[in-house]
Design a protein around this ligand. Structure first.
Ligand SMILES: Nc1nc2c(ncn2[C@@H]2O[C@H](COP(=O)(O)OP(=O)(O)OP(=O)(O)O)[C@@H](O)[C@H]2O)c(=O)[nH]1
Ligand SMILES: [Mg+2]
Length: 247
């Protein structure tokens, strides 16, 4: 399955993401970063004597460039997978990882897997979606590059719940920069929405009204693996275009 989906498992890095970044800076950044930092320092001083707004903007832009370059070097993304309980999040994660998906139980905490795909290291977080657990979702927002919202397309009764939860998430400041991929899952089930499930789901979830995030909806089946990879590819392309583009 691993090969079918084109993903490779990797060992989860022991150091935390933040710890790695700190270590990277302390051990001495590459020359181009040091040079840029000097220019930035200069910019900051000049700022005191000249047009403060202009130079502080230069400083911010410069900092952004450095961060982008560091991210580029890491080629690492953090993807957060959320959705109502029973939507199929854990099944999707296991399918990506080439694991058996016949025995899945509800997630009471979270699962994390680090996979490699197209040269990117993907840290995928799958958090339990039961109502009592949703207040903990916020603990996972930090540094999210991509939000994967999983919908059970056969669960028509809870589509309104689903829409409300997603709308609330999109107002979260810490998710403001994240790209949104909606997986309309369980397309293999006869009762799932309609033959034009994707368009219907996007209407029901009011996706057209989202102006704050780049988004895309993909119909898929975690059991058969259908369309999982094309969804992830779109997500990676969008994130890469936003955060790995240098200069
Ligand atoms: N037919 C079908 N069943 C699916 C699909 N994806 C998941 N399921 C089933 O749906 C049930 C719930 O799947 P999970 O992956 O545990 O759902 P979850 O979103 O992780 O649920 P929580 O951990 O409670 O948030 C399981 O019985 C899966 O086998 C799918 O694409 N098709
Ligand atoms: Mg789960």
């Amino acid at each position: 399955m691993l090969q079918t989906l084109g993903l490779q498992n990797t060992k989860t890095r022991r150091r935390s993401r933040r710890g790695f970044k700190c270590g990277f800076i302390l051990r001495g950044p590459p020359i181009f970063i040091q040079k840029t930092a000097c220019v930035l320092l200069l910019n900051r001083r000049v700022c005191a004597y000249n047009n403060a707004a202009f130079y502080s903007q230069t400083f911010t832009m410069g900092l952004l460039t450095i961060l982008k370059k560091m991210k580029h070097k890491e080629r690492e993304m953090r993807l957060l997978m959320l959705g109502l309980d029973n939507a199929g999040k854990t099944t999707i994660l296991k399918k990506f990882n080439g694991e058996d998906v016949s025995t899945i139980s509800p997630t009471l905490g979270f699962n994390i897997k680090t996979l490699e795909h197209r040269g990117f290291k993907l840290n995928i977080w799958d958090v339990g979606g039961q109502k009592s657990l949703r207040s903990y979702w916020r603990n996972y927002f930090e540094s999210t590059d991509g939000l994967v919202w999983v919908v059970d397309s056969a669960d028509r009764l809870r589509l309104e719940d689903c829409r409300k939860e997603l709308s609330a998430l999109l107002l979260e400041e810490r998710l403001a920069g994240a790209t949104l991929l909606v997986f309309a899952n369980k397309q293999d089930l006869p009762g799932s929405l309609s033959k034009d499930a994707i368009r219907e789901a996007s209407l029901v979830l009011a996706l057209d009204e989202i102006k704050t995030h780049h988004w895309c909806i993909v119909g898929c089946s975690a059991v058969t693996g259908e369309n999982l990879l094309s969804g992830v590819d779109w997500l990676l392309d969008d994130i890469a275009a936003r955060i790995f583009t240098v200069d």
